[in-house]
Design a binder for this molecule. Structure first.
Ligand SMILES: [Zn+2]
Ligand SMILES: [Zn+2]
Length: 348
């Protein structure tokens, strides 16, 4: 087990030496002992939304990510703090002090984050409201959820911008009955993708992204500082830009096909093939705040997730069979619509 390089002393109160944690209401570091507030804003906050160019033909050097547990001797009490896998933020199990790991590999550096804007109590209320609104939830779900643990996590994400010049070959249907036939159509579409959000962790599925984080706004980004992580769990970035772009491919494909079908605007359009010339790729490595409630229903693990930005809530839940009829189809259609709408801007 390696030795972790950490940031700990800057997470302690400058006046009493107590442990500080990030306070979502004040957006500052709050001393848990004396109540002092320590600002985290910097003169460079406006730079947090900056994006970085990426040239796929000349990819930046990204050494392989070294996964492995690291150990740190607590500077306050001498206790052992263990960072497991991709864990970025921890607390000392002995004195409860916040410890944030310093990431030495420049290639995997987090550029910016959206700090938590809602606290644990608010997240708990969101979850209760969400359950109460679900007409198909079994009536014992509320009490089950209350027994679960609500965990916080700053989850790693990419944002990607690109310019696409799309050339497509498609067919559509014309006429009806005996005169019905398929017609060919080719065409070209220009589109700019802006801030496509891509999960950079297997713990955050595209479903969670579409359920609670699809209207991500770059204006909430702040420069990465360990203070924002104090008191919250966080997962570090560990994928290369190429891997992020690959993970983005399926989403882009779905959006492009939908764009083409929309452009054809005829019955039963079918995209036979397309090719796209991608330029102007820009990216960010960011962290986004999520509350997660894990619970078990009849032996099956489930979760409800809450956006740490605005409280939007989404979850997997058991259905009560007798309430189910007609409801699940609507929910599925809704989820799909959200998935398809998200991400595309500026159709030219
Ligand atoms: Zn203090
Ligand atoms: Zn300690």
């Amino acid at each position: 087990m390696g030795q972790a390089t950490v940031q700990q002393s800057e997470l302690q109160c400058q006046s009493c030496g107590g442990q500080c944690a990030f306070d979502p209401a004040q957006q500052e570091l709050l001393c848990q002992s004396c109540g002092s507030l320590w600002p985290l804003a910097t003169d460079d906050d406006h730079k947090a939304a900056d994006e970085f160019p990426f040239d796929p033909d000349a990819p930046a050097a990204e050494p392989p990510f070294l996964q492995g547990d690291q150990i740190h001797q607590c500077e306050t009490c001498g206790g052992e703090v263990v960072f497991t896998g991709a864990a970025l933020s921890e607390h000392c199990p002995y004195c409860n002090g916040s410890v944030v790991r310093a990431v030495e590999e420049k290639a995997y550096e987090t550029m910016a984050l959206v700090p938590f804007r809602i606290d644990r109590d608010y997240a708990a209320r969101c979850i209760t409201d969400w359950i109460n609104r679900r007409i198909a939830a079994p009536s014992d779900l509320t009490s089950l959820a209350a027994e679960g643990q609500i965990a916080s996590i700053y989850a790693p994400f990419w944002t990607f911008d690109s310019k696409e010049v799309i050339e497509y070959w498609a067919t559509y249907e014309e006429g009806s009955g005996k005169t019905r036939r398929r017609r060919r159509r080719t065409g070209r579409i220009n589109i700019d993708f802006n801030d496509m959000l891509v999960p950079a962790s297997e713990h955050v599925t595209p479903l969670i992204r579409d359920g609670i984080l699809h209207d991500f706004k770059a204006q909430y980004l702040r420069p990465y500082r360990s203070g924002y992580l104090a008191g919250f769990a966080a997962e570090r970035h560990h994928m290369t830009v190429q891997e992020g772009l690959q993970a983005n491919e399926a989403d882009k494909d779905l959006l492009i096909r939908n764009l083409i079908e929309g452009e054809i605007d005829k019955p039963n359009p079918r995209v036979e093939r397309y090719r796209t010339d991608t330029t102007g790729i820009h990216y960010r490595r960011i962290l986004l705040p999520v509350w997660i409630l894990h619970y078990t229903y009849r032996g099956t693990p489930k979760k409800v997730v809450v956006s740490g930005i605005d409280g939007r809530t989404f979850g997997e839940r058991p259905f009560s069979p007798w309430k189910l009829a007609g409801c699940s189809a609507v929910l599925t259609a809704l989820t799909m619509a959200i998935g398809l709408l998200w991400g595309a801007t500026g159709v030219l």
